[in-house]
Design a protein around this ligand. Sequence first.
Ligand SMILES: Nc1nc2c(ncn2[C@@H]2O[C@H](COP(=O)(O)OP(=O)(O)OP(=O)(O)O)[C@@H](O)[C@H]2O)c(=O)[nH]1
Ligand SMILES: [Mg+2]
Length: 390
Amino acid sequence: MQQKKAFVIIPTYNERENIEKTLTEVYKTFKEINNWECGVLVVDDTSPDKTYELVENLKKKFASLELLVNPEKAGLGGAYLKGMDFAFNKLSAEVVFEFDADLSHDPTKIPLFLKKIDEGYDMALGSRYIPGGSIPADWGFHRKFLSVVGNLVIMTVLTNFKIRDWTTGYRAITKKVFTTIREELNDDKFSGYTFQIGFLHKAMNHGFSMAEIPFHFKDRTIGKSKIGPEYIKNTLEYIMKVRVTDLLKSRIFKFVIVGGIGALTQLLTLQGWRLVAPFQLAFFLAIECAVLMNFILSNLWTFSDRKLKAKQIPAKFVQFNLASGGSILIQQIIAFVGETFVGLFTLFTLPIINMDIDTGTMYAVGGILIGMFWNFFAYNTFIWKKGKKK
Ligand SMILES: Nc1nc2c(ncn2[C@@H]2O[C@H](COP(=O)(O)OP(=O)(O)OP(=O)(O)O)[C@@H](O)[C@H]2O)c(=O)[nH]1
Ligand SMILES: [Mg+2]
């Protein structure tokens, strides 16, 4: 039976002094692996120090050593994208590794990554921030701070604490993950180091499983770091963009917008109805217009993923009216309770918040908020019920 192939992709830019030692160590580890056919793919961006020439010569020494040369500097993400396209499509790899040329990544862990993939994980991440992993003790405060706090910020903004090392550059990725998110990776911002965070975030969004493997990150001893200041800016830009787009796509956001449109509908149609009907009736008709508008937009947009079937609509519309009635009732009750305890309330709270708003407004605002809360609850649990899992 033919063995599955794994390629360790090593992007290089001016790593002439490191690459041979790195390849030696990596190939030494390959000897311990017997259920995968392993090779290395170096992706060089035409390094001024001619790393690519050296690698070309080293092909004689190392079996299954491949080299891709980019005519110009593509950045880390650009190099990895090219490398992965090539490895998965041309070299028939089932798994690729991301691996640095400077031996910061402990190559003896490679078999462990493959073991996790064999166990069924979609990706394996070399992690510095779980027990058994570490960053170099002699890193300056600045670097430690950036790495640790950077990771915390990313976890917080992306609200994902399952992964401890978001920025790690030591990873094993299966073909399934890559082909699923390939289209989403065509973003210029990814060409740099942000590629790592973006890639992981997209893979997580698709629900792929991740194993974290601890390792001790070693500082490079030869050559220069290529990481630049634009990395921080691009990373912040990426995570903020994710937050804002997620918010705009969220049900709550749509619900609030639809509520606003409903309120506007009520105000505007009220003017019209008043021309043809007595006030009480006009008021009722305007509310009904708002309710109808709200119902239609909720069905088409806010709950588009749980759209009602045509035959459900009449009954659901009645329920929707009841829910809206409930919300109005809640507002009335709050206003009434507010009126009754108005003295107490004003006495205690207004001096504290030191504001001079009239209490009527406060009850109205409070009533609307609680009414909205009720509406959202009712829509979510009664009207656009989540379908049963099959
Ligand atoms: N092909 C290519 N490789 C790159 C580029 N930028 C960085 N690399 C390689 O990516 C790997 C990681 O880069 P490093 O400079 O080591 O980044 P780092 O590990 O965050 O920084 P140090 O800890 O200082 O080494 C190394 O193998 C680099 O040679 C690039 O633009 N193109
Ligand atoms: Mg490095």
